[in-house]
Design a protein around this ligand. Structure first.
Ligand SMILES: [Zn+2]
Ligand SMILES: [Zn+2]
Length: 334
């Protein structure tokens, strides 16, 4: 296929500085890698954490973005999973060693030597990218390129977060109703759960958005739900919400943080944790999470709410995400 030598990318040269539209070399696919013409790339809160320096070890300069939808336009040696012209998705987990104790026991999300797309590897805020074929997914045909992008992190990390809340969840709280929250609320409702969505206090627009998606109850994170919850997902980066959610869960209830970074969790009295309540985090994803979620999403069917931005407006998209202006997910169109 006809691939140019140079491409446009939004480059992160230094943390805490805006991304800069730059002309860079189109990457060359190494052994086992595919070269992808990027169509869309979702913007994730993790991108903000990389930009802001909350995650301190990025490759620099770096191309952010780990919810990549594109077409395979080049094949490195030994590529056998994909063919030229196929549409694929690239998620956050970009590589694992396959040999550490975690990989060997099926916890590749905890790998000792991982690589992450848009953090330690270049991502999708660019016209082209390369990815290890083993970590890419075929995408359901039911979704166009814009709709599919948020499935790749918001969707599948949200799915893992929800899965780790346990089996016996009938009443599910979701604290922070953004890109991940709006997707997982639809899956949970489809699974017969009653969803209680908590937004920023007074954010009636997002509460109305949540009700349109079929959630059972909405309120501010400062409100007490009308009944106890069996589990709660905390999808906003505020440690205090872990304690708020712990107060809302019933005996044996689980509170799961879906984020890679949050502010400190305030201390709390032991009686909030008593009766086998549990707080835990979710780290990364496994490929199996991705396969499962991408199979279930079109059955629900999950509808993604997206706000599109041109590539060169990536800084604006990140600012809008930071300020909570968006309902659903921001997606760059490339
Ligand atoms: Zn490993
Ligand atoms: Zn993400």
């Amino acid at each position: 296929m006809n691939v140019p030598m140079k491409m446009h990318a939004m480059l992160l040269n230094e943390q805490r500085k805006p991304l800069i539209l730059s002309e860079v070399q189109v990457p060359h696919p190494g052994a086992g890698q595919v070269l992808i013409k990027v169509h869309t790339c979702g913007v994730c809160r993790t991108d903000l954490h990389v930009l802001d320096g909350d995650l301190s070890e990025p490759k620099l300069p770096l191309i952010l973005g780990h919810q990549i939808v594109g077409t395979v336009v080049g094949l490195g040696a030994e590529v056998d999973r994909f063919a030229l012209g196929q549409r694929i998705g690239v998620p956050w987990l970009g590589y694992t060693d396959g040999t550490c104790r975690y990989c060997l026991r099926g916890q590749e999300n905890l790998c000792d030597h991982p690589e992450f797309t848009g953090y330690t590897l270049d991502g999708g805020y660019a016209e082209y990218t390369v990815a290890d074929q083993r970590y890419c997914f075929l995408l359901p045909q039911a979704y166009n390129d814009i709709e599919a992008a948020p499935l790749l992190c918001a969707g599948l990390i949200g799915y893992r977060t929800s899965r780790l809340a346990g089996e016996h969840v009938e009443r599910l709280g979701i604290y922070g109703f953004g890109a991940a929250g709006h997707i997982i609320a639809q899956v949970a409702t489809y699974q017969g759960k009653r969803v209680f969505a908590f937004t920023r206090p007074g954010d009636t627009a997002t509460q109305a958005f949540a009700r349109r998606l079929g959630v059972y109850w909405t309120g501010g994170s400062d409100e007490t739900p009308p009944e106890e919850l069996d589990a709660a997902l905390v999808l906003a980066p505020l440690g205090a919400l872990m304690v708020t959610a712990l107060k809302a869960v019933a005996k044996g209830g689980v509170v799961v943080s879906g984020g890679i970074h949050m502010t400190d969790i305030p201390s709390f009295p032991y009686h909030l944790l008593w009766e086998e309540r549990l707080i835990r985090s979710v780290a990364n994803l496994t490929r199996q999470d991705g396969e499962e979620f991408l199979e279930i999403a079109p059955q629900v069917p999950v509808r993604t709410a997206v706000t599109p931005y041109p590539l060169e407006d990536a800084n604006q998209a990140l600012d809008d995400l930071r300020s909570g202006k968006l309902d659903g997910a921001a997606v760059l169109m490339i």
